[in-house]
Design a protein around this ligand. Sequence first.
Ligand code: 4NP
Length: 165
Amino acid sequence: MSLTIKVLFVCLGNICRSPTAHGVFVQKVRAAGLASRITVDSAGTAAYHLGKAPDSRSQLAAKQGGYDLSELRARQVVKEDFLEFDYVLAMDEQNLKELRVLHQSVVGDARCAPQLFLAMLQDSGRPSEVPDPYYGGADGFVEVLQLCEDAADALLRHIRAQHNL
Ligand code: 4NP
């Protein structure tokens, strides 16, 4: 029996950044033939957009990169996520702070502590946060996609090394 490794991406609304990371990482996991070993989800720290599909601008940028986000639906992160997921990855420092509060409430039972998604890049020349594109232009959504693609590659390498996959 092989254990499943569970990855959760978290942003504020769960309609732009974390669904982009979710869709990109799922595709990379499938391409690596690891879909039975690694499962992926995403959530938001806020409840503004519960049940909604990803923002149309995120869906468009993703589609142009070859990723389909249309089936994803927003949900809010809960403290119980720390009992289930092996990696809880925040898009920015503010969301990391919110996640630390939830993590603290279940710390003895948590499977992991939250960390920044871009910490996977381990490159001091790169940004440490995925910038919030919501109130900006189309360029911001393309930048989010590119950051998610780079960090998803690094995350997959990290998980493969950590779990001998
Ligand atoms: P996300 O972007 O956190 O990447 O999903 C946002 C989505 C919605 C809002 C802010 C950021 N909002 O204020 O509604």
